[in-house]
Design a protein. Sequence first.
Length: 419
Amino acid sequence: MQEAATRIAALEPAPGGCAGSSALAGTGTRAGSAAQLLEGIRERVGALAAAHAAEVDRQARFPRESVAALRALGALSAAVPRELGGAGCGMRALAMQCAVLAQGCASSAMILAMHHIQVACLARHGLSSAPLREYLSTLAREQRLIGSVTSEVGTFGDTRSSVCALTRADGRFTLAKDATTISYGAQADALLITCRRSSEAAANDQVLVLLRRGEYQLEPTGGWDTLGMRGTCSPGFRLRGGAPLEQIVPGAFADSSAQTMVPYSHILWASVWYGIASDAVARAAGQVRAQARRAPGTLPSAATALAKVSAELQAVRHHWQAVADEFDALQGGAMQELLSIGWALKLNNLKLTVSEAAARIVHQALQITGIAGYKNDSPASVGRHYRDLLSAALMVSNERIAGKSASMLLVFKDDAVAG
């Protein structure tokens, strides 16, 4: 992990970084700058996450140590606007945090990414609601963790469709949702939930609602004994709850999905997958260097393969960073631009490309490390990396995404915008 972390650390400061330069935060204090948060994750959280990653994976348990360290650092409010007590980090800065943490523990990084996505939805669409603004301030002060509830029995993985509907009465709403997965649902301090606007609404006429711990009940409907990403602890639950109407995020989910949930998801997930692949390549590089030391003056047979996989890893890094930078550069009518076919294709292409390339890179790293990388008890092991990355193509199915891109390409002609 250390070699890969050093490589990421050498990158230039993120253009979409956090405003300000206050000291690193502890729980209940204002978060620091992008550079300070990244340094804290690299030096403190990453090492702790790596130390517990094998146990988290083996036991399929929540990575409580790394999440506690993120809280202590103030990283859970990185996406909260500074005027509400957060760090106000842009996309590039958030993605860098996820990439660095993924080198130590993929589950910890995916939890951080999913949390950032939920916070961004509230910060970009909920600021006109006084209760939601107050919740973001509380989140920054208390470093609360938000989970996501977008999947549902009967929608077959389509997040833009809901069976669950709101019932409104006396200034409050209630809902009941049979979720196929809830990201770290039992450990979250609050949940952001998709549902139909009302029982009369169409399946795609959705809203987002915030429920805080104590406002909902969860009934487990399954376990989380998965191939990879085992520490994300995302089994199915039947959810029931209710809250004041002011906890409905203003506007339609169709807009907040296209303008925030989808871009944050695809960019931050891509950075996580890159971080996993980066650590696998670092382990392969360590093996090749060890071979070179044993035979001075000769080029190890695996050195050429290492050069090739390093080039592919660099291409993946450039891809997600370029899209993150483009997102951060959007000004003025940015929200409207994010509804365009061009941006939808750009994000779909990122997801498809990185999810497939990252798994391929780890496979190539395994060929370089050989039996040492195949053994789970070896310092060169890439088995966990491999298993974790197999989830990438399934997190919103690549087949579903490719099908949507195919439909859009029938009417979209500007390749430069979609690239």
